[in-house]
Design a protein around this ligand. Structure first.
Ligand SMILES: Nc1nc2c(ncn2[C@@H]2O[C@H](COP(=O)(O)OP(=O)(O)OP(=O)(O)O)[C@@H](O)[C@H]2O)c(=O)[nH]1
Ligand SMILES: [Mg+2]
Ligand SMILES: [Zn+2]
Length: 364
């Protein structure tokens, strides 16, 4: 929990965009019309409770803070459920952030969290169906997703309401900026100071000097690099308390299909997708990823792990294979994409499986 979050009073929520405190206010509500423009909503007109609840589900509140920032609107359910959790994907352009996030959300909406006692609902039904149509359905049809465009204002791309076994609902919102935006040092990245969790995506093509990756590197015109500039910028931007960052982190070696014959990656990739969340196994996988990166990548790739007390490490593949001319002709098959999300949810108190978060840190 960040310092500001700890001081919040009942009903107060941090604006995910400008980080000012917001309180739900029925006098500042808007709805989006067919042209995606915001129009004033007079909720007092809706006296039928069922209809009123449905209208509010799709409504937004204008954030009162306009100082130096564009007008921005927060979905009402974000303000009227429990303490929100925000997650940001980090990695330079092309590391696979968007494919990984898409497959994580797809697994959740396929019911992947149900074995853990968590059920989901969309935060905003319209935005959710756009995400499913433009991202999940596209990828499942074998189309590669496009690179994320640069933006003048960082908004989350998808958000869910997750209900845990204790019946508590919490909004969980995901930011997925393009790699070029993530190296900016201006106000665009200020939202990062308020995020609860970060998913660092390591591209083995950039990190690992393994000769079997040379062909793919050549195909993309890539070279092995000492570090990821987006990791560096983001880690540098966040405030540290006592030398450590106060955020939960997952460090994911993505595109693990490219390493599928490489021990110990082969062992992890062949495990069942729905492992019970076991702290011992999280620790084992973290230790294996740590050792793998220590051996095959420069030390800076492990900087996220060294920066926080709450970090687990994972192998994952979002697509199961390489694209050919922008397509996956044999379809996409993800492997272990839910693991990093489960770990973050556990670290942030959304799963009550009793994981001792300090023990999920690798004891090196
Ligand atoms: N082999 C393999 N390729 C992948 C995987 N995930 C993504 N890719 C490929 O990696 C490239 C970049 O993926 P994106 O998800 O768009 O990367 P990004 O990090 O979102 O990039 P920006 O939006 O530009 O920051 C695409 O060519 C994908 O097909 C994977 O699991 N395995
Ligand atoms: Mg992207
Ligand atoms: Zn705001």
């Amino acid at each position: 929990m960040s310092g500001t979050t700890a001081q919040l009073e009942h009903g107060q929520v941090i604006c995910p965009y400008c980080l000012e405190i917001v309180i739900y206010d029925e006098r500042a509500l808007y709805v989006r019309n067919d042209k995606m423009q915001y129009e004033r909503l007079d909720i007092t007109k809706h006296t039928n409770p069922l209809r009123r609840a449905d209208v509010l589900r799709g409504a937004f509140q204008l954030c009162g803070n306009t100082e130096g920032v564009a007008h921005h609107y927060i979905p009402v359910p974000y303000l009227t459920h429990g303490r929100p959790l925000t997650v940001a994907m980090v990695g330079t352009s092309g590391t696979g952030k968007s494919h990984l996030l898409t497959q994580m959300i797809a697994e959740v909406t396929d019911g992947g969290l149900e074995p853990y006692g968590v059920i989901w609902q969309s935060l905003n039904p319209t935005d959710h169906s756009v995400f499913i149509k433009e991202r999940v359905a596209t990828l499942r049809a074998g189309e590669q997703l496009e690179a994320t465009a640069q933006t003048p204002f960082a908004e989350f791309v998808e958000a869910l309401l997750l209900t845990g076994t204790d019946g508590q609902v919490r909004p969980v919102a995901f930011f997925d900026l393009g790699g070029e935006d993530l190296v900016r040092t201006d106000a665009l990245l200020r939202f990062l100071l308020g995020v609860d969790a970060l998913v660092f995506v390591v591209d083995p093509l950039l990190a690992c000097a393994l000769p079997q990756l040379d062909e793919a590197r050549e195909q993309y015109g890539l070279a092995v690099s000492k570090s990821d500039p987006a990791f560096e910028t983001v880690l540098d931007r966040l405030p540290r308390e006592g030398g450590y960052l106060d955020v939960a982190m997952a460090l994911v070696v993505g595109k693990a299909d490219l390493l599928r014959f490489e021990p110990p990656v082969d062992r992890w990739l062949s495990r069942p997708a729905t492992d019970p969340l076991d702290p011992r196994r999280l620790r084992e996988e973290s230790r294996d990823v740590y050792a793998f990166l220590r051996h095959h990548a420069g030390p800076a790739w492990l900087r996220p792990f060294d920066s926080t007390l709450r970090c687990t490490l994972h192998f994952a593949s979002a697509t199961g294979g390489q694209p050919t001319h922008g397509r996956f002709p044999h379809g996409v098959r993800s492997h272990r994409v839910l693991g990093p999300l489960l770990s973050i949810l556990a670290m942030c108190g959304l799963l009550d499986e009793g994981v001792d978060h300090r023990s999920s840190r690798v004891g090196m």
